[in-house]
Ligand binder design. Structure first.
Ligand SMILES: [Zn+2]
Length: 281
């Protein structure tokens, strides 16, 4: 990339490598996060669960947790992070039904105890022997599959209509896709941040400022741009890894044309550019 026409430019760093052990740790944390978000979702659902917004909110919360998990495990590989987030989103949807099933079983058991106590109280008042204890007085779902089938038969309120049977299943599928999509979209914001394989750190802003107009032509020449493209107010931001191992990411924002350039520049060139920019941070 570096040439006589653009002496400031440098080769982009290698894309993030994927280490098996770190990814395994990330996948474990992603499973825990998905199960936890599903648990919160199953409880929050009884309070309020607006259509579309609720699964999107669950997906975004999951994305936030997965971004933290990826940062903790130092997993920066874009496809690995996004695919794991999508799978975790689908797991959240399944786990959400599993938690609802457990809650339905627990509710049925509480009801059973209540009904048994009431039957015993009534029998005692009539001076009769207590019978029926141990009998199943309240029906409870035998399995997750049976629970889902009964929920599908009961239907789901959907904008004044009840989605029953296959429509309920279809809507659950859409919910799962919304959670997975929001989770994938959310972590993609994090996974596109540049990462340094050498020191194992993400790039962060080390310098930001406004370019002096007098310097624009010189900088444009160094970057292989036309001087006219950097005319007027130009904002620059430089990002580097913690160790300063490789090239620096330069982000240029030309205000009049609203154009944005993202370029890799060498360390010496970054030093020169930093000297030309008015410091903002
Ligand atoms: Zn580094």
């Amino acid at each position: 990339m570096k040439s006589n026409q653009a002496p400031f430019l440098a080769q982009a760093p290698d894309p993030p490598r994927l280490a098996g052990a770190r990814f395994a740790g990330f996948a474990c944390l992603a499973s825990l996060a998905a199960t936890g978000v599903a648990w919160v979702g199953a409880r929050a659902e009884s309070v309020a669960a607006p259509l579309v917004v609720f699964p999107l909110a669950l997906g975004l919360v999951l994305a936030g947790l997965l971004s933290v998990a990826a940062w903790m495990c130092r997993v920066a590989h874009y496809r690995a992070v996004v695919c794991t987030a999508v799978l975790a989103g689908l797991l959240t949807a399944v786990a959400h039904h599993a938690w609802s099933y457990r809650e339905a079983v627990a509710r049925a058991r509480r009801m059973q105890i209540k009904v048994e106590a009431e039957a015993a109280r009534q029998a005692g008042r009539r001076g009769q022997a207590v019978i029926g204890i141990g009998e199943l007085l309240v029906e409870q779902p035998e399995s997750l599959w049976e629970f889902l089938q009964s929920e599908a038969r009961r239907g789901r309120p959907l904008w004044g209509w009840h989605a029953r049977g296959v429509w309920a299943w279809l809507w659950w599928g859409i919910d799962a896709l919304l959670i997975a999509g929001a989770a994938g979209w959310g972590v993609a914001r994090f996974a596109t941040l540049p990462y340094c394989n050498h020191c194992g750190s993400w790039y962060r802003t080390v310098r930001a400022g406004r370019l002096a107009p007098a310097e624009s032509a010189r900088i444009a020449a160094g970057l292989g741009l036309e001087a006219a493209e950097l005319a007027g107010s130009v904002q620059v931001r430089m990002m580097s890894c913690v160790g300063g191992c490789g090239p620096v990411l330069l982000i240029i924002h030309a205000r009049p044309s609203r154009r944005v350039w993202r370029m890799w520049v060498s360390q010496p060139a970054a030093g020169q550019l930093a000297g030309m920019a008015d410091r903002d941070c």
